[in-house]
Write a protein of this length. Structure first.
Length: 237
């Protein structure tokens, strides 16, 4: 991370000239394929070298991972400390200005609320993040780095077991920005959670079709193949 003394120059760079550098593009590809650790690795060198956009992306993605781990620990203040630090840093960078850092901050606020099962608070932060992201994207500007706020909204509703909300969020993300591996996986998991086997099969099959012949075996793809081979094949008999 950068020092507090450099916050104004960071905010100016991010507000004026987003840098779509090679490491960020590579990290986006890794994140799109469910490999957040790989995304962070690709960002680290650029972030350590002073690329402010890489720094924001790395802080955000790490924050999402830390919030997920905090949820597993019950959302204690201690477990959420890294997320709280990330939120504070992003707030300094964004200085309240619309853009990737502010969308990331709002999304992490939602993730922190989700870790504590504060659903109403989570909803407010996510609605603000998705609304800002939609305006930014409509103007040809970037939204949240690597993982959209719209997709993360679905992930967080799934995490707090509001499956209908999760399905709506994933559908909204796909409608706004196009279907992705993440929206396919999220739709499938949400449908499976409410025992909608037909919808889950459609979404898991769409995920596998979109994955195609890629290398790697992320948990989402292993899960999809097992479900299609088991529940989908059984329901077709």
């Amino acid at each position: 991370m950068v020092s507090l003394a450099s916050r104004m120059s960071l905010a100016l760079v991010l507000a004026v000239a987003p840098n779509q550098s090679g490491p960020i593009t590579e990290a986006r590809d890794r994140a799109a394929e469910f490999d957040l650790n790989g995304a962070i690795e690709r960002l680290k060198t650029a972030a350590d070298g002073g690329d402010t956009n890489a720094q924001v992306a790395m802080v955000y993605v790490r924050g999402l991972s830390n919030a997920r781990e905090a949820a597993r620990q019950g959302g204690s203040p201690e477990s959420l400390a890294p997320v709280t630090q990330a939120i504070a840093w992003l707030g300094i960078v964004s200085n309240g200005r619309p853009g990737p850092a502010e969308i990331a901050r709002l999304t992490l606020q939602g993730a922190a609320a989700a870790a504590q099962s504060e659903r109403d608070e989570m909803r407010l932060y996510l609605e603000s993040a998705v609304r800002m992201e939609t305006v930014q994207r409509a103007a040809g500007m970037p939204g949240a780095p690597l993982v959209s706020a719209a997709e993360t909204a679905g992930d967080l509703w799934l995490q707090v077991h509001h499956y209908d909300e999760a399905r709506h969020a994933y559908e909204d993300a796909a409608d706004r920005f196009g279907a992705s591996l993440r929206t396919h996986a999220g739709r499938a998991r949400a449908a499976r959670s409410v025992n909608d086997t037909a919808a889950a099969c459609r979404a898991f099959r769409a995920l596998l079709d979109a994955w195609g012949a890629r290398h790697g075996q992320p948990a989402e793809i292993v899960e999809a193949r097992a479900y299609v081979a088991g529940s989908c094949e059984a329901s077709a008999r």
